[in-house]
Write a protein that binds this ligand. Structure first.
Ligand code: ADP
Length: 396
């Protein structure tokens, strides 16, 4: 079956058409600036990537352009919509309502909408994408795959904040965690790759991309993760601060005359390694170059990032009373051997030793620890689209 995987943002839409039998990507692309002017980037497998301007007042036009491209006589990869068996949607927040993926119905849409205030930028966009697909592909089954679902197995002690209980009772203020599709995919794949039983292994996944989080996976279940009610908590990220003393907000608000929106913008968009490096970049390639050129703020940004990842790994080893495998994934985790090495330099107490030759490899599944290392350290490239396609087919 061919599955159209859709990741809908407020003004963008990423897509992949995946043949679920061969798991080959037939075509992929991106609609950008929806509601502004609009462009479609489209690339069929083995073909050229083409970007063209297209007027996209709403997501419905965007999805129509995607369908047109996929079925185009020259560059298309299917003859008609009949060859698309299902649509899998990435949905950011499922709150406590969804502990796994679901086939989308009117009730499911209503439940996703009830989670809108937990992810006001993302969930409404995800719903718009679902509605647009329903309109343009009536009768094609659609599945929602939630970023939060994998973490619904976290115990109360991991997800409750030290806040008045009624905030949880009344508003569901608790830790949810994100990147669940990636943490689940990567931890499972690591066990397969190592030939160990997923149900009897302790894994810590470091998903280090522009957004970054660490997850403790005990016997195949998420028991703790570093993001919280929102993706702002936890690691120092590209532009997000991660954990800070909450009283800093009042302090800075008074100093700089900021309101709550202004503060949130600082914490989400102007902090992290970007802020720490004094605005050099949020991209680790630029940061490494600046650090090598002797720029102190970039050096500090990289050190703070790695130190924080190591501290989370250490705390999750405590949470699980041990760890068998540590897995690096996503843009930084898959590509930046220096960061992996630095993170692991704090973890000698776990009996970890890194093999520098293996750690120099890029973009492949590889064990980067030495044969003697007490804990296996691996790189496993994540593939959230494939995970969504698999979930979609499994449900149908
Ligand atoms: P997201 O999906 O959260 O946007 P990705 O997982 O694609 O992020 O990761 C993007 C980040 O990965 C970039 O901002 C950059 O910091 C890092 N990255 C990508 N390629 C490399 C590389 N070759 N070396 C170091 N860092 C890289």
């Amino acid at each position: 079956m061919n599955v159209l995987v859709i990741n809908c943002g407020s003004s963008s839409l990423k897509f992949q058409l995946i043949n679920s039998d061969t798991e080959a990507v037939l075509a992929k692309g991106l609609c950008e600036r929806i509601g502004i002017d609009g462009s479609l980037t489209y690339q069929p497998a083995g073909g050229e990537k083409v970007k063209s301007a297209k007027a996209m007042p709403t997501h419905t036009e965007a999805i129509q352009f995607v369908i047109d491209a996929l079925t185009d006589a020259q560059t298309g990869v299917v003859k008609s919509l009949d060859e698309i068996g299902a649509v899998g949607h990435r949905v950011v927040h499922g709150g406590e309502k969804f502990a796994s993926s679901v086939v989308i119905t009117e009730e499911v849409k209503a439940a996703i909408e009830e989670c809108n205030d937990l992810a006001p930028l993302h969930n409404p966009a995800n719903l718009i994408g679902i509605d647009a697909c329903e309109k343009l592909m009536p009768g094609t089954p659609q599945v929602a795959v939630f970023d939060t679902a994998f973490h619904q197995t976290m115990p109360e002690k991991a997800y409750m904040y030290g806040l008045p209980y009624r905030y949880y009772d009344e508003y569901k203020v608790r830790r949810y965690g994100f990147h669940g599709t990636s943490h689940s995919f990567v931890s499972k794949r690591a066990a397969e790759f190592l030939g160990v039983s997923y149900d009897a292994t302790k894994t810590i996944v470091c998903h280090l991309g522009n957004g970054a989080s660490v997850c403790a996976v005990l016997n195949g279940k998420s028991v703790d993760t570093s993001m919280g009610l929102t993706p702002l908590e936890g690691l120092v990220m590209g532009t997000r601060s991660g954990d800070i003393d909450p009283a800093i907000m009042e302090f800075i608000a008074k100093k700089e005359g900021l309101d709550i929106d202004g503060l949130m913008k600082v914490l989400n968009k102007e902090s992290g390694v970007y802020g720490l490096s004094d605005g050099v970049s949020s991209d680790f390639r630029d940061l490494s170059a600046a650090a090598e050129a002797g720029q102190k703020p970039a050096q500090i940004a990289l050190q703070v990032f790695a130190y924080k990842v190591a501290k989370y790994v250490g705390s999750y080893a405590a949470a699980m009373n041990g760890v068998d495998n540590i897995v690096f994934t996503a843009g930084i985790g898959e590509n930046d051997g220096a960061i992996r090495k630095e993170v692991c330099s704090y973890l000698g107490f776990l009996g970890i030793e890194i093999d520098d030759t293996a750690n120099a490899k890029r973009g492949e599944e590889v064990v980067i620890s030495t044969p003697d290392s007490k804990v296996k350290v691996l790189v496993i490239p994540t593939n959230e689209e494939l995970a969504i396609a698999r979930e979609t087919v499994a449900l149908l």
